[in-house]
Design a protein around this ligand. Structure first.
Ligand SMILES: [Zn+2]
Length: 883
């Protein structure tokens, strides 16, 4: 384990590096348990940092075998080398060459950080602080160097040798069975973007001609036999390269772009310069093995990592506090790409659902932190929904505030002003201010203040003066370390909808124009007066979710039904249905806890029926409307004293009621869409499958034998994974014999395909049944399960703790104890993954008292265990903290 360093690290203590590295010559001789690494660093004192300083390099579990300064072996008393650092107290006054040799064991690396082995291949993961597990180095993103990497390995073991940049040389090592390759990356980069791969891999190759006419070789490397599953990833890559040229004028810069898919990976994928390394679940897809959701994620993540070449690599982060500079911006870019490739409204609704499900929940609990944190103990724990998804929302608000043209001007300035630099969030926002002559000082609070802003809106119509006053109030709840908040800049896109369903024209009494339909709230309390309003309008506020806030308004239920039917903004049509359903389900949850009968809302049922009958609506949109708020959505909306069982019952009861009322329309829509057309992964086809499967799922909500039979038939006759998995998911919710039969059949069909078996693990973990915890424990000793593989852990344990609210939050505490046991067992092997699954405790304080006490007991048991990793310690300490 890492020894304790001076933690936490604080943004306010940032100092420029004392020493810079101009070039890195790496020579890596691969052997499974004893890989030799020789690093030659050309180092110079940083004139900006001031007085001469010692050279202090980071390490993590390293063994130094040799150290030379300017070609001569250094005497043992002239430096101090520990596993975690290398210090030269009295270095030369000027530029010097430091040659460092270390010996590392990739096979013993179960943390999957640094250089490790995955299925007999060597690969690396260096973000955030993994390069220091390969060699001693100033492992911070503001030290950018030009890398030349020579890799040597047994030809039989690793015929493919890859690193960043362009291949400059390769050949045999005379008189041995080994060979080598030399890669040179001309673009200075921080160490976290270094990558190396060695293995016996298959390859798919294609070409791309850039906007300036350069030909780029594209390669995707996979395990042999999986080459035919790369077509979608390659197609996505070419589309996103073109899109970035057309949308943002960004062209690719090396002669080759490579993606390597590996099966043991802590994250989704990694944007190493010219050599992206991917979790194979985000590369491999065929209609029989991947769902539409998998296709969409592959497209999005291939694009995300590619887009990092400009937003992350060419311009990187000065320090890890600026992580959102690359992640928030790049998530925004990949969301825009997917919106253009697919349906913009459907993508927006899906993104907002994910934001609320992950980020709003994080913001409401003990792990809340600003988009740009001001301190961290372990940076790995800050790869969060707040940094990524809320970070993307903050970038999107810049576009809402400045308009598409102003936004593009700001981004263009950012690319010209900071190319080749390690930048900060302040510098990024300053580009938008400078390019638009705008004052964005108050806007910066989005980066500094944690918590989801709450906006209360109430509208008042005065028929006599034909005016409409919109009163707004905002507040941001307290979060750890931030008891008091200042008002935010909140851009609210709005419409006043007339009784004919049309948007009225907006003019403010002050004479100020309402630009692009957006009013901007900047004060704690503020009113906007609209004139020339001929009749009582219906307020449609925060259209397109223009700001990531919680909105409470005095729009009555009747008006929500009107918006569901007529709003010109599709997001708010969907939102109107959600708001109605949330209100009913929250009321019914309380009713059930009080031992009384829940009720229906005929208006909600009618609204859903009308939306299903509307011929021009996109099927994918209707599918989203039919999906009632999830159990986790409802828990988040209720916010305190949560009883997951009551929520489950309320939701199941409403779904059954809707199923009965809407059965003819559901059956008719299902029949119409079940047309046997051949599989195509495009968005329109995926949308039709989504609606068909939403109808199936709702039809089965009464557990009627006819619906179970329909799901069983679809399961067996499916010609693609989307339909098969959807049918199995529906069956999994009901204790019928067909469920187990289908699960057994699924395992037999796909037992040779670990990524598909992950779906099987995950689905069984989410069955809302008291037997599920025992089932999960049995599956942990299943031959196909391995606790060393992060995908298996996420599929089985991650699904249970994140997506099975009634069973993880069992009133007897057994779910909490299971998570505590698993996190502790995993911690010494892979601390990042153990910390990640433990964040499932993040809402423990919101539970009802019995469950809350059980959760606290489990958390305190983890806290008391000896030798916790820094990763897990950090999550536990913050989860238990009282401020
Ligand atoms: Zn990223």
């Amino acid at each position: 384990m890492r020894t304790e360093q001076a933690r936490p690290v604080r943004l306010e203590n940032y100092r420029p590096p004392d020493w810079l590295v101009e070039t890195v010559e790496l020579d890596v001789s691969l052997l499974p348990t004893a890989t030799k690494v020789r690093a030659t660093l050309k180092m110079s004192p940083n004139l900006k940092a001031g007085a001469p300083a010692p050279i202090v390099l980071d390490g993590d579990g390293l063994t130094l075998t040799s150290l030379k300064l300017d070609g001569s072996e250094m005497p043992g008393d002239s430096y101090v080398a520990t596993p975690d650092s290398l210090t030269i107290a009295q270095p030369p006054a000027g530029t010097c060459y430091l040659q460092i040799e270390t010996l590392i064991d990739p096979s013993a690396n179960t943390q999957l950080m640094g250089l490790y082995r995955s299925n007999a291949s060597y690969c690396t993961q260096c973000e955030a602080e993994g390069f220091r597990r390969i060699t001693y180095f100033p492992d911070r993103p503001d030290v950018m160097a030009v890398y030349t990497t020579r890799i040597e390995a047994e030809k039989s073991e690793a015929p493919v040798l890859l690193s960043n940049g362009n291949l400059t040389e390769s050949g045999e090592v005379a008189g041995t069975t080994r060979h080598f390759a030399v890669w040179h990356d001309p673009f200075p980069k921080p160490a976290y973007l270094f990558a190396l791969v060695g293995g016996d891999l298959g390859c798919v190759e294609d070409k791309f001609v850039t906007m300036s006419g350069r030909e780029v070789t594209l390669r995707i490397y996979v395990e042999h036999g999986k080459e035919d599953r790369c077509a979608w990833a390659m197609d996505s890559l070419k589309r996103c390269m073109r899109w970035d040229e057309e949308t943002f004028g960004r062209e690719y810069d090396l002669d080759i772009f490579m993606i390597v898919a590996v099966s043991d990976f802590n994250m989704g994928a990694m944007e190493n310069k010219g050599l992206n390394i991917f979790n194979d679940k985000l590369v491999l897809a065929t209609p029989d093995t991947a769902t539409d959701a998998d296709y969409a994620s592959i497209e999005a993540v291939i694009a995300h990592e590619y887009f990092h070449n400009w937003t992350g690599n060419r311009i990187t982060c000065r320090d890890w506090f600026q992580l959102c500079l690359k992640e928030g911006l790049t998530v925004f870019r990949d969301q825009e790409f997917s919106s253009d490739q697919r349906s913009r409204p459907v993508k927006r609704i899906a993104d907002v659902r994910a934001l609320r499900a992950h980020q709003f929940v994080e913001d409401a609990g003990p792990l809340a932190h600003p988009v740009r944190p001001s301190a961290y103990s372990e940076i790995s724990n800050f790869y969060t929904a707040t940094v990524y998804e809320k970070g993307a929302e903050v970038v999107r608000m810049l576009k809402v505030l400045l308009g598409p043209g102003g936004f593009r001007k700001g981004l263009d300035l950012y690319f010209t002003r900071h190319d080749g630099e390690a930048a900060t969030v302040d510098q990024f926002v300053q580009c938008f201010a400078d390019a638009n002559n705008a004052d964005l000082a108050q806007f910066m609070r989005w980066y500094a203040q944690a918590g989801t802003p709450e906006v209360t809106a109430s509208g008042h119509y005065d028929a006599a003066t034909q005016s409409y006053r919109l009163d707004l109030q905002q507040s941001v709840p307290p979060t750890p370390g931030q008891p008091h908040k200042e008002p935010m800049v909140i851009p609210l896109a709005l419409g006043l909808v007339g009784r004919d369903g049309r948007d009225m024209s907006l003019s403010l009494e002050s004479g100020r124009p309402v630009v692009r339909g957006v009013v901007t709230l900047t004060q704690a309390v503020q009113s906007f007066d609209f004139t020339g309003v001929a009749e009582q309008p219906v307020l449609s506020l925060n259209r397109g979710f223009s700001a990531p806030i919680k909105l409470k308004s005095n729009v009555p239920g009747e008006d929500l039904k009107f918006l569901a039917a007529h709003d010109s903004d599709p997001f708010n049509r969907w939102q109107a249905v959600q708001t109605l359903a949330n209100a009913l389900l929250i009321e019914n949850t309380a009713t059930i806890r009080a031992g009384r009968e829940p009720r229906e809302d005929a208006g909600l049922t009618a609204a859903l029926g009308a939306l299903m009958a509307e011929p021009d609506l996109e099927p994918a949109f209707v599918a989203l409307v039919l999906a009632m708020p999830s159990e986790n959505d409802l828990a988040r909306e209720i916010g305190q004293d949560i009883d997951p069982n009551a929520i489950f019952l309320a939701r199941a009861w409403l779904r059954a009621a809707l199923s009965s009322r809407l059965a003819p329309a559901l059956r008719e829509t299902y029949r119409r869409l079940d047309d046997g057309s051949p599989f195509s992964p495009d968005a329109a086809s995926a949308g039709r499958r989504a609606l068909k499967n939403a109808c199936l799922d709702l039809l089965a909500a009464t557990a009627a034998a006819s619906a179970i039979a329909l799901a069983t038939r679809q399961y067996h006759q499916a010609t693609n994974m989307t339909d098969r998995m959807a049918a199995l998911t529906t069956l999994s919710l009901y204790p019928v014999p067909e469920r187990q039969a289908a699960l057994d059949d699924f395992y037999r069909r796909y037992s040779g395909n670990p990524l598909v078996i992950d779906k099987w693990f995950g689905l069984q973990a989410t069955i809302p049944d008291p037997a599920t915890l025992d089932r999960v424990k049995v599956l942990m000793v299943h031959p196909a399960f391995s606790i060393a593989n992060p995908n298996r852990v996420r599929a089985l344990i991650g699904s249970f703790v994140q997506m099975n609210p009634t069973q993880f939050n069992r009133a007897d505490g057994a779910g909490f104890e299971f998570l505590a046991d698993t996190a502790l067992a995993l911690d010494s092997k892979n601390p990042q993954v153990s910390a990640r699954i433990t964040t499932a405790f993040r809402s423990w304080r919101a539970l009802e008292p019995v469950r809350r006490a059980r959760a606290e007991t489990a958390l305190r048991r983890i806290a008391a265990a000896p030798n916790l990793s820094r990763d897990l310690r950090d999550i536990i300490d913050r989860s238990l903290a009282t401020t």
